[in-house]
Design a protein around this ligand. Structure first.
Ligand code: SAM
Ligand code: SF4
Length: 326
């Protein structure tokens, strides 16, 4: 069992399959000339499986695949299939541009819900935000999931003056289809031009929705990042993820493994532990894992607090989001 000094039990592993991506969301992948990892430094399919087995032996019961874009990896279907043989709930977070190429593996793996990034419902704005023209493909692939009874959970990073005007449009979508929208507070990562003025807090978001609808709070489940809401009569639901203004670190159960095999005990941890090199050298990685969890800080990687006015993004030591894995 992976328990830290604040008595938090860690049973949820997020594995980044790659730091590469076919989109260029500026809040995530800041520079156009970002140098992707060479394949020699990226975990191979067999290594991912064997390392995941070690985590399962330590009590991990849930694995999420992320990236970069996990589905740009050619062997993503094989990785999904192999990990689904472990006694875990398996899921993934994807930009949905390549979902149609992996549907057989997703179905065979018994995946029931998929998190999809979509920050706008406007094709032109999509192109502006991602620097790619993939909007229609993403929408078609969300339809594909709905047809196959796989729940799409849409991650929308809300940025003031960029896409916040679309909150009502996303809510309208939940009235028509059983989609689940997760409005995420904009977070600071290396080079992503984070500015507190661009953050719309969860309270701001909920009050925008309340201008047009009566809403029923459903609460935040144990270890969940999202506080859920229902609008009576809507087929779908929505949630807010309040990392910046009301962090939920108290019952955090998440561990992150980057594509180059570095373990992060928090999304905002400054430090990371290389477990891939010792694993390749045949060493026992369990002591490294337990010590990394033991070192976990109480809140937000120990780097800032929920006082938005006090956050100095330039002082935060971290990777860019694309190389952490969301
Ligand atoms: N490519 C996949 C995708 O876009 O869903 C998986 C990786 S992406 C890094 C994982 C999640 O992180 C996405 O939902 C994305 O919106 C979110 N994300 C990236 N940068 C963020 C930021 N600065 N603030 C809040 N969420 C962010
Ligand atoms: Fe790629 Fe996802 Fe980051 Fe966008 S949020 S650049 S899709 S990894």
């Amino acid at each position: 069992m992976l328990i830290d000094t604040f008595n938090r039990k860690h049973d949820y592993l997020r594995i980044s399959l790659t730091d590469a991506c076919n989109l260029r969301c500026t809040y995530c992948m800041p520079e156009d000339d970002y140098a992707f990892l060479p394949s020699s430094k990226t975990m191979k399919e067999e290594e991912i499986f064997r390392i995941a087995e070690v985590f399962v032996s330590l009590g991990v019961t849930k694995i999420r695949l992320t990236g970069g874009e996990p589905l740009v990896r050619k062997d993503a279907p094989e990785i999904i299939r192999r990990l689904s043989t472990l006694p875990v709930t398996l899921s993934l977070t994807t930009n949905a541009t390549r979902l149609h190429t992996c549907m057989d593996a997703i179905r065979d793996a018994g995946i029931k819900a998929i998190n999809i990034s979509l920050d706008t419902l406007d094709r032109n704005r999509f192109q502006l935000l991602t620097k790619r023209d993939e909007f229609e493909r993403v929408r078609a692939n969300i339809e594909l999931l709905l047809q196959q009874d796989i729940q799409p959970k849409i991650n929308m990073v809300v940025m003031k003056g960029v896409n916040d005007q679309e909150i009502p449009d996303f809510i309208r979508w939940t009235s028509e289809q059983p989609v689940h929208i997760r409005f995420i507070e904009f977070m600071p990562f290396s080079g992503n031009h984070w500015d507190k003025e661009k953050v719309l807090t969860w309270r701001d978001i909920v009050s925008i929705v309340e201008q047009h609808h009566s809403i029923v709070p459903l609460g935040r489940g144990q270890n969940e990042t999202a506080s859920q809401y229902q609008i009576p009569g809507h087929k779908g639901t929505f949630a807010v993820i309040s990392t910046m203004s009301a962090p939920f670190c108290g019952d955090c159960n998440r561990i992150r493994l980057t594509a180059d095999g570095k373990l992060k005990n928090c999304l905002f941890s400054a430090s990371e532990t290389d477990i891939l090199t010792p694993f390749r050298n045949g060493a026992d990685i369990i002591p490294l894992i337990t010590e990394t969890i033991r070192m976990k800080k109480k809140e937000l990687g120990g780097q800032f607090t929920a006082e938005l006015d006090q956050v100095e993004a330039s002082h935060i030591q971290n990777r860019s989001m694309i190389s952490i894995g969301g």
